[in-house]
Design a protein around this ligand. Structure first.
Ligand SMILES: [Zn+2]
Length: 140
């Protein structure tokens, strides 16, 4: 008998991939029959303020990628915040801790304008490949 752990995903038997999908399926639909105040739909806006952490996470020192990340802090987030304010729309910003340390004023502005900040790792590390204990330590 073949050990599924030794197989590549494209080699998995149907029973295996169906089991993985069914393991995380929600049991019921949460869509209400009507939305509040007769709205046609509901939505959430969320943004990742990763900035330079994409490059840092990979151990890189690319000036170009760092500049790309800094553009998010200098131009991207302020433009998003201005747009959200113009339309009075609250949003969620997911921020790596290192980003928050690099740009504390950005975080203050996000919160002061009525948005929420969610944890988004320490340095944008790939949580899916971290040991549980390391992920927990970084979150704490
Ligand atoms: Zn991200």
């Amino acid at each position: 008998m073949t050990d599924v752990a030794q197989l590549e995903p494209w080699q998995w038997p149907e029973e295996h991939w169906r089991g993985l999908v069914n393991h995380v399926r929600a049991g019921q639909a949460y869509r209400p029959t009507t939305w509040k105040d007769g709205a046609r739909c509901a939505f959430a806006l969320s943004f990742d303020s990763d900035h330079e952490t994409n490059e840092l996470r990979d151990g890189g020192k690319s000036i170009g990628r760092m500049a790309w990340g800094q553009y998010g802090a200098r131009v991207g987030v302020p433009k998003i915040l201005d747009l959200l304010a113009r339309h009075s729309v609250p949003a969620s910003f997911f921020v790596p801790a290192v980003t928050a340390l690099l740009y504390p004023d950005e975080q203050r502005r996000i919160v002061s304008e009525g948005h929420e900040i969610g944890i988004h790792s320490w340095i944008h590390e790939l949580n899916s490949v971290l040991p549980y204990g390391a992920e927990r330590d970084l979150m704490m």
